[in-house]
Ligand binder design. Structure first.
Ligand code: FES
Ligand SMILES: [Fe+2]
Length: 350
């Protein structure tokens, strides 16, 4: 299906997969923003991505093999490509062939691996231009690694998925559980927001008194929550003066109707290492609750109903659309992106 206009942002980085999901010597297929890609690692371990079609007759390169020299060998006629997508060997050509096979290329995508996350740059359609900016700031030193918690496909497009991610009002009803919070303890929340490079952040504050999840963290706890386009939410929790816990959720459009959600976690607290499996299960329970409601939403959207965004609880969703609009305008006029948002205080009951 063709990509509908203005749904999927281009000239921007998307999370492709967790570093550990791409072992050396393997080829992994991924569809991202309607582009089919093959991911692999070169002999030095650096990840790369090529369009997942052999330039010869179109067989997916991901169905081929990685050779000892790091080249990908197509399974059909054995053509070999290096990590830049350049053809290095055509086994059936006679040895005295004068053909310059290095002119044959599988289009490549720009890829960066940061803190155990592999990012891919989705350029303008058909363009091979260099990235205009870096992957998002993950608030970690280069030696620190995120742990991957979960990867799940949502049955909704990128816009509905993002809005679901940054929507404060569903928490009371979707994530209601005895260990977290209950609808009986609703409180009026006041949160301050400031614009960031590509989005906005909920300014550092002490967590809500009715969020029991934070209570396991002893000491002076404060949290700051970032959202940036195309679909990255990062929560940075400080515990005392020395410790931090970071939870990151990324949304990557697969096509116009499906979005992959990935959840990552980082912590300097020893206790989270001991509690890793229960924590991972808790994370999965949360995401599972979201997926449950996303399935219902996808069902409802089949009727193509009119939708609305109302008041302060839906302000962040409106900001998301403003950021997207501005992104498209900047691309169209070939000018740098300027964040259109202003600092604001929002109120809602959860
Ligand atoms: S299709 Fe790949 S080598 Fe022929
Ligand atoms: Fe949720």
């Amino acid at each position: 299906m063709a990509e509908s206009k203005d749904l999927i942002l281009r000239n921007i980085w998307y999370l492709a997969l967790a570093g550990e999901a791409l072992p050396k010597g393997q080829l992994i297929h991924r569809q991202i923003a309607n582009e089919k890609m093959v991911f692999g690692r070169d002999t030095s371990g650096t990840p790369f991505a090529l369009r997942d079609n052999c330039p010869h007759r179109g067989v997916p390169l991901s169905t081929g093999h990685v050779l000892d020299n790091g080249n990908i060998q197509c399974c059909y006629h054995g053509w070999e490509f290096d990590s830049q997508g350049i053809c290095r060997k055509i086994p059936a050509l006679p040895p005295d062939s004068k053909a310059d096979i290095t002119k044959i290329k599988a289009p490549k995508f720009h890829v960066r691996e940061v803190n155990n996350m592999i990012w891919v740059y989705i350029p303008e359609k058909g363009s091979q231009a260099d990235p205009q900016r870096n992957p998002p700031d993950l608030h970690l030193a280069s030696s620190e690694q995120f742990r991957h918690v979960e990867s799940i496909v949502l049955p909704t497009n990128i816009d509905h998925s993002v809005i679901g991610l940054i929507d404060p009002a569903h928490v009371t009803f979707v994530h209601q559980s005895w260990f977290w919070r209950s609808a009986k303890s609703l409180k009026l929340k006041t949160k301050n927001f400031e614009p960031t490079d590509l989005g906005f952040k909920m300014v550092r504050h002490a967590p809500s008194a009715n969020s029991k999840g934070y209570k396991v963290l002893k000491g002076d706890v404060s949290t700051e929550i970032f959202f940036e386009i195309p679909g990255n939410r990062l929560e940075h929790i400080s515990v005392g003066s020395r410790h931090k816990v970071i939870s990151m959720t990324t949304l990557t459009p697969i096509d116009d109707q499906h979005t992959e959600l990935n959840q990552f976690f980082y912590s300097t607290l020893g206790i989270t290492r001991w509690l890793w499996w229960p924590l991972k299960r808790l994370g999965r329970t949360f995401i599972g609750q979201d997926v449950g409601v996303f399935n219902k939403l996808a069902d409802g959207l089949k009727n193509d109903p009119p939708l609305m965004l109302v008041g302060e609880p839906d302000a962040q969703a409106r900001w998301y659309y403003e950021l997207k609009k501005q992104w498209y305008a900047a691309q169209e006029q070939s000018v740098p992106f300027r964040n259109p948002l202003k600092s604001e205080t929002l109120h809602w009951v959860t």
